[in-house]
Design a protein around this ligand. Sequence first.
Ligand code: SF4
Ligand code: SF4
Length: 338
Amino acid sequence: MNEEVYHCIRCGFCTSKCVTLPEFRVESAGPRGRMLLLRGLAEGLLELNENVARRIFQCTTCDSCSLSCPAGLKLSGIFEKFREDLFERGLLPENLRKIAENVRKYGNPYGEISKAVEVRRGDVCLFIGCTTRFRREETLKRALEISEIFGWSLIEEVCCGSPVKKIGDLTLFTELMKKNYERLREFSKVVVLCAGCYRALSEDYRKFGINLNVSHITQELLGKFHEAEIERATYHDPCHLGRAFSFYEPPRELLKKSGVELVEMKRNRENSRCCGGGGGFRALHPEISRRIAMKRVEEASRVSEVLLTSCPFCHINLRDVSDEFGIRVYDVIDVLRM
Ligand code: SF4
Ligand code: SF4
């Protein structure tokens, strides 16, 4: 057990921004409670069983909690690390087991037959990602158009590994990483569309000694001429792009340069509220994930009729509940035209 569990002073400052705590309404479904569980296990006061494991998996890994921690703990990282132990001990909840099975069998978490094809153009590669490929038809179409315009190559990619790393399956993660690296190593840059892909291909692969030059598509499109099809919008920062990398300005600058009047939600940039989809949470608790998404969409609907984001996974989670608030949800690239 990591000794960081002893650094928690139980102040509870981390609890105020947690998205799961108010839904379950028990201390053990929030960051301080999870730290107490880990400490109880470390001191032999608790038995590690499915109930304890479930609490550790009931976290979106949004990392809002770490912002307020006076001990400087990176809480989502601590919980993610512990999930590796839980996976090894066979304590993965059933819904999450299915994700790993799909990735192992089909190369993507959705259990879809892959239609990825290799296209050789320049030495920049567009890594499309599973959620855009299988769940975001419009964004996929737009991304493929952009790749043609800029001469970006495509590879026969497999899942970046983000979903299986989040549930603790490191063996499968490293297999996927090696497969992708074999195909990506020759490119000078890899452009991604998804916050999860961004984090996996850059930060996570680097921990295993693989250094790719990774860029988000909103960075790549900055400085190139665009026009937007919308006039006014608000922007949702994906946790694994925003808080994880302080990646806040490129999508905003791109939209402003394209003529969009951008209005901010009360919670923006590092204080952005999680969409409720990440860390395996949408698969584990679809209904609660919806409720968390509703809170974010409701916040957006107070300032705009259009909500934009730059991650397909946030997109589908927010889009699923948007009709109830009369707001339209798009990816940033969905609304740009050359
Ligand atoms: S990472 Fe997010 S969901 Fe998990 S404990 Fe922290 S604030 Fe709560
Ligand atoms: S804010 Fe940090 S120190 Fe305080 S209870 Fe939360 S994890 Fe522990």
